[in-house]
Design a protein around this ligand. Structure first.
Ligand code: HAM
Length: 417
């Protein structure tokens, strides 16, 4: 779990602001659900026999109720969708969320126990237009934050009994490898064979490479849906690679499944920047009406690792350097007026010497210093010094706000915290 400190948080804010803007342009509206949910919600949706449910959940019992820190966002959003009867309010809901998720995984670069996701879920639209639109939005979004090298992996898990029939075929195939498989996969052969395809163990590599393809099990309608998604992506000019072994570590998926892999930057082996897919049965499985769904989750830490290390432009600021108690009192009023005009203002209230105040102003990256001493107080004016150019002018108090905003070039704080 990480602390995110000033200095690095600016890149986070840029990423989050871009995501918010892009999803809003696509008609998504924000939903906030609790970080804690009843444990059975995740067991029923993410699925028994998945790594998340079997090994990674932060679960505890509070007053006899089993609870879990959310390991992902979809289950809580579906619960809220059902609980508040959102289907009765609109035929299609497009929801966006962002926040911390918790998985007790082995920590590595790009893999943390508390990590941040931004995700979207669409309810009530069986696609395939929404599938293609969502994938295209993600590629565009990543490009906008400078992550250009992205591969879209695409698969279909079909509907109806496709996963079940494929699981039987996979079980037959895998049991042929007997003891050569990893211990986890031997167990999963009987509990959840599809999860073997997620295995990174070298012992399972050959069995996975020679496994049958799920695409051969799709119904005609599933195939039609999958081909339609692909045709739309081609029409959009969004490249993708069909990967029949892509199953992803969650049980709720049906039909379209996708993952965005990055490369470069600081990104290491954990290169899945995000992923998602359809879950046309999940809403009804969690007690709601039969409603198709599709969504994705983006891993913000990983996107930040892949993002170029551009210097983030900070909002220009002003440093008020009063000398003496009377000047400090006057500066408090001036600071308030500047802030009301949208100027980021630092006020030195510790009564320092001018030299050390100007040093502090440079340390904070301030563009201007406003110096007020006894002489200035008498004349009701301040010295405004441009710290980069070491030029200074005297400005009457009454004109300070307009002179400062003009010098800074843009008056208002733009998306600053
Ligand atoms: P997921 O693939 O489990 O899907 O997670 C989505 C993304 O979260 C991953 O691609 C990765 O970038 C990031 N992520 C996952 N685990 C970690 C970790 N331990 N540390 C850092 N980043 C991590 C879901 O969670 C689904 N809810 C996505 C979805 C929404 N499907 C349909 N709707």
């Amino acid at each position: 779990m990480n602390d995110l400190l000033p200095g690095e948080i600016e890149r986070w804010q840029l990423l989050e602001a871009t995501i918010r803007r892009v999803v809003a342009l696509h008609g998504y509206r924000e939903i906030r659900t609790p970080i804690v949910e009843p444990t059975p919600l995740f067991v029923r949706s993410v699925g028994e026999g998945t790594d998340i449910v079997d090994k990674e959940m932060y679960s505890f019992v509070f007053h006899d109720e089993p609870l879990t820190l959310r390991p992902e966002g979809t289950a809580g959003v579906v619960r809220a969708y059902v609980e508040h009867g959102l289907h009765t309010k609109e035929p299609v809901s497009r929801l966006f969320y962002t926040g911390a998720m918790f998985r007790g995984e082995r920590p590595a670069r790009g893999r943390y126990r508390q990590f941040y996701q931004a995700g979207c879920e669409v309810f009530g639209d069986a696609g395939p237009v929404v599938d293609a639109e969502m994938i295209d939005m993600l590629v565009g979004l990543l490009r906008e934050v400078g992550v250009e090298k992205v591969t879209v992996l695409l698969n279909s898990l079909g509907s109806g009994d496709v996963k079940l029939r494929y699981a039987v075929a996979l079980q037959n195939h895998m049991s042929g490898f007997g003891d050569a498989l990893s211990d986890d996969s031997k167990r999963r052969c009987w509990t959840n064979p599809l999860r073997i395809l997620d295995s990174k163990s070298p012992k399972d590599a050959e069995a996975i490479a020679t496994a049958p393809s799920i695409l051969e099990f799709l119904s005609d309608e599933d195939k039609d849906h999958f081909e339609h998604v692909q045709a739309l992506l081609v029409a959009l000019g969004t490249p993708y690679v069909v990967e029949p072994r892509l199953v992803r570590g969650l049980d709720y998926y049906t039909r379209t499944l996708f993952e965005l892999r990055g490369e470069g930057g600081e990104l290491g082996a954990q290169n899945a920047l995000g992923g998602g897919g359809r879950y046309d049965k999940l809403v009804s499985e969690l007690g709601g009406p039969a409603t198709p769904g599709i969504g994705f989750g983006l891993g913000l830490e990983r996107i930040l690792l892949a993002m170029p290390q551009n210097k983030i432009e900070t909002t220009p600021s002003v440093f008020l350097a009063p000398m003496g108690e009377r000047a400090t009192r006057q500066s408090l009023t001036i600071a308030r007026s500047l802030r009301e005009a949208g100027v980021v203002t630092h006020l030195e209230g510790r009564g320092s010497k001018l030299g050390s105040m100007l040093k502090r102003a440079s340390g904070l990256g301030a563009r201007l210093a406003i110096i007020i001493g006894d002489t200035e107080l008498e004349k009701r004016e301040a010295v405004v010094r441009d710290l980069a150019q070491s030029l200074q002018v005297e400005v009457p108090f009454a004109e300070l706000v307009s002179v400062v905003t003009a010098k800074l070039g843009r008056p208002a704080v733009q998306g600053a915290p």
